[in-house]
Design a binder for this molecule. Structure first.
Ligand SMILES: *Cc1c(COP(=O)(O)O)cnc(C)c1O
Length: 293
């Protein structure tokens, strides 16, 4: 069958999480050929770019469901259909979507779907990879043959059970929660726009309801963040890049400059976020801006 063909070409996207980009670059060093597709200014992949990049020996396409920094939702059905028609396997990093929205991997043409427990209030250190029938994977760890021989080693029962329980809780009220958080996020965005000089990063739609990411004009990013963090737990990029102090590769891929990327703020709303906290956030943000401008 065509999709089992063993090619040497991989395709991914510039705004992927490092959990995808770094292994792809590693495989490139090991002799694979890697194409990293750009995104449009709104953070979305244009499927026509994928279509143009697919080759007869493309073995894997990896595109995330929802971006962890800017929350935009990639056009998975179109991507899945292209992968099917070109015989390439489709991996989708759904760490940001699982537990927040419904996702039907088989209908979308997804062959491999990964998620992470702590992104839906589950335990850290545990995730899942959903594998479609007919996909053969090399063992990641060799040993006792657990997990279908893919990842040997004794399983951590508390993590496995915790992951499943957290997912059940998360999905129980997901649609009601997304609706509530979407309204709060829009309220936050309207309030910020009134302060002037705000640019949204990523399309407002389609986007995760609990994410907002903005670039603030005319302020120094380091000073903005050191002031904001006295009262707010917001970030500039992802937890994985904050250690290096490098500007967010996601914001650079949207066409933001390094200075703009540094003066960007990512808000994450969650189950416990209240309207009073949105008001307090706007109040503090406006005080900080008044000081800096
Ligand atoms: C958090 C995250 C990961 C990494 O998952 P960990 O379990 O935290 O290592 C990968 N991709 C995306 C999109 C994420 O948000």
């Amino acid at each position: 069958e065509a999709r089992m063909a063993r090619g040497r070409h991989l395709i991914t996207v510039a705004t992927e999480h490092r959990a995808v980009l770094d292994p792809c670059r590693y495989l490139e060093k090991m002799g694979f050929c890697l194409t990293v597709l750009p995104v449009e200014a709104d953070g979305l992949l244009d499927p026509a770019r994928l279509e143009a990049a697919l080759q007869p020996d493309t073995v894997l396409v990896s595109v995330m469901a929802a971006n962890n920094e800017i929350g935009v939702l990639q056009p998975l059905a179109a991507i899945g259909a292209l992968c099917r028609s070109h015989g390439a396997a489709f991996h989708c990093d759904a760490a940001q979507l699982v537990g927040h929205q419904q996702l039907k991997p088989l209908q979308l043409g997804i062959d491999l779907l990964s998620c992470s427990g702590h992104k839906f209030y589950g335990p850290k250190g545990c995730g899942a990879l959903v594998v479609a029938d007919g996909i053969e994977l090399a063992a990641q760890l060799h040993g006792g043959g657990q997990e279908g021989g893919r990842r040997s080693g004794s399983l951590s029962t508390p993590l496995v059970v915790g992951l499943a329980a957290a997912l059940q809780f998360a999905l129980f009220d997901a649609s009601e929660r997304e609706q509530r958080l979407g309204l709060l996020r829009d309220q936050l965005w309207r309030g910020l726009q009134q302060l002037g000089g705000m640019q949204l990063n990523g399309a407002l739609q389609p986007r995760l309801a609990h994410n907002l990411n903005i670039t603030v004009a005319g302020v120094n990013g380091t000073r903005l963040h050191s002031n904001l963090k006295k009262r707010l737990a917001v970030s500039g990029g992802s937890a994985c890049s904050s250690a290096t102090g490098e500007p967010s590769h996601v914001l650079l891929a949207l066409g933001r400059s390094r200075l703009e990327a540094a003066a960007s703020v990512r808000f994450g709303l969650g189950r416990s976020t209240t309207e009073a906290q949105i008001s307090a956030t706007l109040e503090w943000f406006s005080q900080v801006l008044a000081n800096l401008r």
